[in-house]
Design a protein around this ligand. Structure first.
Ligand SMILES: *Cc1c(COP(=O)(O)O)cnc(C)c1O
Length: 429
């Protein structure tokens, strides 16, 4: 058994979860503790010197959280990973070891709304910046890279339209520039897409969404492929040179493929404190056990609902990449072989008023600012998350007045379609 690579379905249940060494407990216990007793002073010294791996304080590591980090790392096929308090925390944690004041990232213009604000506004306070480009336009991506660029960032299946990024093409550009590619794999999950197989260096997740799968907890994760050569240039001194924040340790020299992960724990979590709590990790561990089963159902339902909507007279356009009409359809087999996800937008005839009536008339769908729940969700961005933007900005963000975003759940597909049907009748009457 030991030489055989286990399948995804098996790893989502077993990876990172050996029976508890203290009690034999089969499920991962919730280690509700802040600190861990050192065996003796020498043991404590070895832990602090990173000469021995173990638990010190739960801001850094906790056994329940570590089990989740290990499971997601296995599912992504990475070398190491950490969990954090939210998806947004994960994005800051991914950038932190790479960036200094004055550095920038080149990011896709098709991003989750919160990431758009984090990158265009909030990171400026750290002296960082982001240049947003159409990630499908190779020349624009190359032109946006300058000597202060430290990463390229995109979503595998992008919010809100479900567009699929050509990760092979983008990672080739990143390689040429000596930069890591960071992929937000939240909407795809490692079941639908493995960014590391397409050359990504880091994967970030909002575990709040499909990985937990039931809308109960916020959390995030950063997984490292372990393959990037941080010492190939002088761009990443926190990893390739003595790190003043950790008594001059050279992380890449000392820890090789685990340099990024150890830096994220020993400096990132220690000083930024964006830590996941063990209760949250427990809920997400429970959710991940059924990830592949849920994603197959999400995709099958999305496929049916998108097709039904596309064929309906009351609809102008559906962006789902799983439809043959989508310009991204050809990328599914290569980038997302298990399906195009369950997130897409729909343009409704009748514009703003019809969309508002639609969200108010749906009974099964919940009108919320979330995605990746077991429940079907809808949001009319123009009257909610994107209210403050100008018409042009809304249009560019895929959130025009006549557009709603759907996150298709795992209810029965006929029930989902019947709900859309009755609400569209009221909305367009
Ligand atoms: C939700 C989401 C985030 C942010 O995650 P939080 O857990 O809400 O902080 C980032 N990226 C994508 C694609 C998301 O869907």
């Amino acid at each position: 058994m030991s030489d055989r690579e286990l399948s995804f379905d098996t790893k989502q249940i077993h990876a990172g979860a050996n029976p508890d060494p203290a009690t034999g407990a089969r499920q991962v216990p919730i280690y509700q503790t802040t600190a861990y007793v050192f065996k003796d002073a020498d043991h404590a010294a070895r832990l602090f010197n990173l000469q021995e791996v173990g638990y010190i304080y739960s801001r850094l590591t906790n056994p329940t959280v570590a089990a989740l980090a290990e499971r997601i790392t296995h599912l992504e096929g990475g070398a190491g990973g950490i969990c954090c308090s939210s998806g947004h925390a994960a994005q800051i944690m991914a950038l932190f070891p790479l960036m200094m004041p004055g550095c920038n990232i080149v990011a896709s213009s098709r991003l989750y709304g919160g990431s758009y604000t984090q990158f265009t506004q909030t990171i400026k306070r750290f002296g960082w910046s982001a240049t947003l480009v159409d990630i499908d336009d190779a020349d624009a991506v190359k032109a946006a890279i300058d000597e202060n660029t430290r990463a390229i960032f995109c979503e595998s299946i992008a919010n809100p339209g479900g567009h699929i990024a050509d990760l092979d093409a983008i990672s080739a550009i990143a390689d040429d520039a000596g930069l890591p590619l960071i992929v937000d794999n939240t909407s795809a999950t490692p079941y639908l897409c493995n960014p590391f197989k397409h050359g990504a260096t880091l994967v970030v997740h909002s575990t709040t969404k499909y990985l937990t799968g039931n809308g109960t907890v916020t959390g995030g994760a950063v997984i490292d492929s372990g393959k990037f050569d941080w010492s190939a240039s002088d761009k990443f001194p926190s990893l390739s040179q003595p790190e003043p924040a950790y008594h001059g340790l050279n992380f890449h020299e000392a820890l090789g493929p685990m340099a990024f992960t150890f830096h994220s724990i020993a400096v990132g979590l220690r000083d930024l404190g964006m830590t996941m709590n063990p209760q949250g990790a427990h809920y997400t561990l429970m959710g991940i056990e059924t990830l592949s089963l849920r994603m197959d159902k999400h995709v099958a339902n999305a496929q049916k609902a998108a097709k039904w909507l596309e064929d309906d007279d009351r609809i102008e356009k559906v962006t789902y990449a799983g439809l043959e009409s989508s310009p991204y359809y050809d990328r599914i087999a290569r980038i997302c072989p298990n399906g195009a996800g369950a997130l897409f937008t729909v343009a409704v005839k009748g514009g703003y008023d019809a969309c508002v009536k639609l969200v108010d008339s749906l009974e099964l769908f919940s009108h919320v600012a979330n995605l990746g729940d077991a429940r079907s969700l809808i949001i009319h961005s123009a009257s909610t998350t994107h209210r403050q933007l100008t018409d042009e900005q809304r249009e560019a963000a895929g959130a025009a007045d006549n557009v709603v975003r759907l996150s298709i759940g795992i209810e029965n597909a006929d029930d989902i379609i019947a709900d859309l049907d009755q609400a569209l009748t009221k909305a367009t009457a």
